[in-house]
Design a protein around this ligand. Sequence first.
Ligand code: TPP
Length: 659
Amino acid sequence: MINYNRSNFNDDLLVELYKALVKPRIIEEKMLNLLRQGKISKWFSGIGQEAIAVGATMALDEDEYIMPLHRNLGVFTTRNMPFLKLFNQWQGNETGYSKGRERSFHFGSNEHHIVGMISHLGPQLTIANGIALAHQLRKEKKVALAFTGEGGTSEGDFHEALNVASVWDLPVIFLIENNGYGLSTPSAEQFRCKQLADRAKGYGMEGVTIDGNNILLVYQTLKGIRDYCIANQRPYLVECMTFRMRGHEEASGTKYVPKELMDEWSQKDPVTSYENYLLANNLISEELKLQVRIAIKKEIEEGLQIAFSEPVIIPDTNTEYADLYVPYIVPVIHSSDQKLEKRLVDAIADGMKQAMEKHSNLILMGQDIAEYGGVFKITEGLVEKFGKDRVRNTPLCESAILGVALGLSVKGFKSMVEMQFADFVTCGFNQIINNLAKIYYRWGQNADVVVRMPTGAGVGAGPFHSQSNEAWFFHTPGLKVVYPATPYDAKGLLLAAFEDPNPVMFFEHKALYRGVTGLVPDDYYTIEIGKANLIRQGEEVSIITYGAGVHWALELLDEQKSIAADLLDLRTLLPFDKDGIEATVKKTGKVIILHEDCLTGGIGGEIAAFISENFFSHLDAPVIRCASLDTPVPFALPLEKNFLPKNRFRQQLETLMAY
Ligand SMILES: Cc1ncc(C[n+]2csc(CCOP(=O)(O)OP(=O)(O)O)c2C)c(N)n1
């Protein structure tokens, strides 16, 4: 039995809550019918849990963002998404929210202030942190709300998100729907604390456990929590106890769930319980109950009729590619002649400062980047100039901070996330690969984020401070990958990366930071992303490279003046400059690709394939790749030297030229 306490709610509100609660139930009942008839393919049911999604959504203002999950149809319906459009989404029709590119609830809509999930459970939690941070920075009195299942609380992202929210005093609500099972795994095999809300204490925040099937309690509690979060600028953890009455998804069944549990919870059905309460207290009539159902069913039937007659989506490859990046051409701003000789590290620091001056909505985040200035001192002085709101030390949690960056982007901010070393990006991999890279293609929200990564070997730093990992990102559609080799390019490309509203992975070679110098304009300028630079010109051979490879090649060419080589510095790896490559291949007919990354799966393989597929008839020799050994990066300097391709380059080049 559920005990309802109407508190000081007026009659209209009680009825409004009822209408909102019934809607997802009726839609779901229809979906289950269609599933049985084979008219839809898959369904994740939230039957029995509707009071949570509906009560929580009703408790928030309409323009407050929610990050819902697969059982939260009630969020979508309470935000008044038209059934027709929802159904088009579920059917993969072009007229859905994601042009047929995403599954049922894996989409967002800024119109409705919803950022939908990706399949991976956990990363949605910290997007709420980013949105809450944006609210806080703009002094908006709003919260953000993120859902998780109790199973999802075992993910590291749960811990990271709550920790960041607490440390940064963010007005964000984390809502756990504890429905007893994560797929087939019962809570006892998932965690050992008595209640998950008890974990709040460990993060230094408030937490509460409530009956999630009681719509009035959910609504009232969430409203109170919302006000608390805004007034105190603090996060809150709320655990709503409920039960998953159907299978994980419809096909998987509920055989593993004891019957007594089902019986017990079916007595506490949130919809019929509330309906009976309202009927018993004359707050609704049988007639109104009927009317509400008829109206919802009418909307459903009308929607279905149109949606089922929608044409099957016709793929257009051009559109698919066009929707990979926000269409944006960075205006190329030329520099004045005022130039100073600078190290690469100083050029990047210069770019950082000017980007902060130009973009008042740019937020910098990273470990030790504020007062300490970052381990490479690139952000030194920025916190003093731009303040702690915009130059933020972060806890050790790459994943959460990348998610914050995405949340900031949803609210129109730009951000930079500094990886202390490129190697540590592995701990934020999911956010980059699955959230930042794909979100624009999935539903049109861009990720205006620059991830700066000190990369590369040559300084005896061992396997976890030396890796070249650009190929991981090169393989991920939706990202841009930039890798400058000179101080001039580093500043101009960094400023272009900040202008660009797409996610940019920006590689900075540690050995070049203080190892190379060059003339760098004092003022603001940009260099086109996606354009290679022909540094040297010669007729005999083409050296295609980037990063440290540029300097290895220059060293050799300076030593061996007789070699007439084109030296093409790619500068941007994704998208790479196909025209620049074509021109040099056609000119020399002999190509060597030099890179610091390992040979197998390195970018050289893709460039070589591109050349041989397209310009085979222009080649006088096979395309050669000169790269590091296919091993981790060893620590001892002689081993590292042997690992790197520099010492093999001369010989491989000579072999090619002799071909
Ligand atoms: C990172 C990740 N691992 C595994 C899965 C596969 N998976 C999908 S739902 C689910 C169970 C989730 O349980 P819970 O968080 O309690 O949510 P519920 O489905 O019960 O609402 C699993 C294991 C996933 N989606 N994401």
